[in-house]
Design a protein around this ligand. Structure first.
Ligand code: ZN
Length: 151
């Protein structure tokens, strides 16, 4: 073994440009090709640095955040629709829905009830649109019906 080989072994090369998917630290060329995270390291204080676990923990947290956002939106819409329903307005327009932050494309499911009638289901209420007469109706319904439809 000559002097050059010793230097090579002491300083791993990073010419391939691989980096940890979690923390972006470079991954040495000699690491296995399938390595996408830093190796697990036990720190002097005994704690463990594990980029792979941290990455997946964060990913799972973000996933549960999106479910919370969806649930919050549905609760908000249900409250607003309940309020508008009680008002018994003579006419509901697309502008009315828009101004209250109710977006039909964010319903739980929709169905064509007839050629000219489409229903958009939210929790507790559905919004039915008659395209010929251009009328919008808010209809209250039982959550049990929604459960049957969703499962
Ligand atoms: Zn890392």
């Amino acid at each position: 073994m000559n002097k050059y080989d010793v230097i090579q072994l002491s300083f791993p090369a990073y010419t391939m440009g691989k980096a940890c998917k979690y923390c972006d630290k470079p991954i040495a060329d000699h690491e296995h090709a399938s390595r996408i995270f830093c190796p697990k390291i036990v720190l002097p204080d005994g704690s463990i640095q594990n980029c792979k676990d941290d990455y997946w923990a964060e990913t799972r947290k973000n996933e549960s955040d999106i479910y919370k956002i969806i649930a919050l939106y549905q609760k908000k819409v249900s409250t607003i629709l309940g309020y508008v329903y009680e008002l018994n307005l003579p006419e509901i327009t697309y502008e009315t829905l828009d101004s209250m932050g109710i977006y039909l494309n964010r319903c739980l499911y929709s169905s064509a009830e007839a050629d000219d009638m489409m229903s958009f289901f939210f929790v507790d209420f559905s919004i039915t649109i008659h395209s010929k007469t251009n009328t919008i109706k808010i209809i209250k319904y039982d959550q049990e019906l929604l459960k049957q439809e969703l499962y």
